[in-house]
Design a protein around this ligand. Sequence first.
Ligand code: FES
Length: 125
Amino acid sequence: MPEIPVPPAPEEDAAKSPVIDTPIRRQVLVCTHTSCAANGSGAVLEAFRRILADEQLLFHKGNRKGSVSCTHCGSIGFCAIGPAVMVYPDGIWYAHVQPGDVPEIIESHIKGGRPVERLVRKRLG
Ligand code: FES
């Protein structure tokens, strides 16, 4: 049986990957797979990034104090009801998200902790 490699110590990884020691508290994932992309998820992702950056909330190389990570992701099975957006650690899955919904999601959910119920289709946990 092959030997299982021992991973580096957490401190060693933190030195190589500074994101580990940042104040990220929420993660926004926007599906950009085929169906969601066809329904405009690229513009949704762009709206999240722009507004979060304007409010100094977006974590990126130029703002390592940002508390929100925002990235694209692959399909999560909401293909017929996309664009899909997930917010963690809350485990909230939104459907039918349009760029015009993004300010409300940021204000109510990301900043206020209250999901935008009219767009919520699944809750994890
Ligand atoms: S393509 Fe986005 S959920 Fe399937």
